[in-house]
Design a protein around this ligand. Sequence first.
Ligand code: FAD
Ligand code: NDP
Length: 318
Amino acid sequence: MSDIERVIIVGSGPAAHTAAIYAGRAELKPLLFEGFMAGGVAAGGQLTTTTDVENYPGFPDGIGGPELMDRMRAQSLKCGARILTETVDRVDLTARPFVVVTASGEYRAEALIVATGATAKRLDLPGEQELWQRGISACAVCDGGLPMFRQKPLVVIGGGDTACEEASYLSKFGSKVTMLVRRDVLRASAAMQKRVTENPKIEILWNTEAMQAIGDTALTGVRVRNNTTGDGRVLEAGGLFYAIGHTPNTDFLGGSLTVDDTGYVVTEPDSTRTNIRGVFACGDVKDRVYRQAVTAAGSGCMAALEAEHFLVDLGGAE
Ligand code: FAD
Ligand code: NDP
């Protein structure tokens, strides 16, 4: 078993690296587990799966997602973080020091920062894999403003708040937005429902499911089917946006932290503190609303500062 670390960070997206930068500068010598294809995503997190990031401050001409994450990783190292390319399989948070278990062994820490993000759900449609990021996206706020979607007919799948928000957002760019809703009701809140039903650029196709993404080098259409009549047709589409929910990456926690009814780690208001003292959660794993790189980074900063305060208090108490 290793020495007791002051703080271990699990994750490798903007939240984890911002936490590592702050914890490193606070001389906590953070140990960061970046994962090895954890949840099917490369170390670096969700931004490694996208092309241009145009809304992260400091890059007026945009920056490639993988390059942005490479830079964050380099900054973590420069600030004193140690990074292991291993996935955390499980943790024991029943007592301090907390125990973190990977394939290479057990590690112990006084404080733990959970920054493992969330994974957008996909449908595995025929054509989806080939056209992913070539017209298909799981984040309208991230990608919707790209030139490839301007004045094109766009399709959103889902009937929740995210789908309504994304359809409204996309209506500013696309020529028309069609929402595919698998039931005859929206799951979204009344306010969000009003927003889409009153928007003349948004059409809702009820009881309708996507069956296939069509296109050679870029998406050109979506084959849909009405699940009550069985009727099928092809919608012309320059963009297809999935808004069918996210799965926070929390399996390795084994239920030790309190999560909400959609699986996100619960933290105290205006804080990254979880139900276990000394364990902090930041980024998409605890954020079901904003889910942006900059908000993840911001909460990573909060987690590191709160972990530092916790460790200072601990020192005083012992
Ligand atoms: P993530 O980026 O989700 O990273 C967490 C990572 O931790 C995981 O991916 C994995 O590598 C690692 N991990 C998971 N479990 C473990 C484990 N058990 N052990 C070790 N490591 C583990 N946001 C923007 O602001 N602008 C954009 O343009 C933008 N574009 C996007 C495009 C796409 C296609 C997607 C999917 C998202 C996009 N986002 C964008 C959203 C943004 O990527 C996320 O909000 C942000 O990455 C969340 O950061 P995070 O640090 O919480 O975690
Ligand atoms: P939700 O789980 O609320 O909604 C997912 C939607 O996708 C549902 O309409 C669901 O249909 C549909 N869906 C799920 N799987 C499939 C599938 N395989 N095929 C077709 N459709 C599918 O997720 P959201 O991301 O919308 O919201 C998550 C949470 O975040 C919610 O609590 C929401 O209120 C909150 N949120 C709040 C916002 C705000 O307040 N502005 C903005 C965004 C999110 P069905 O209804 O049939 O299950």
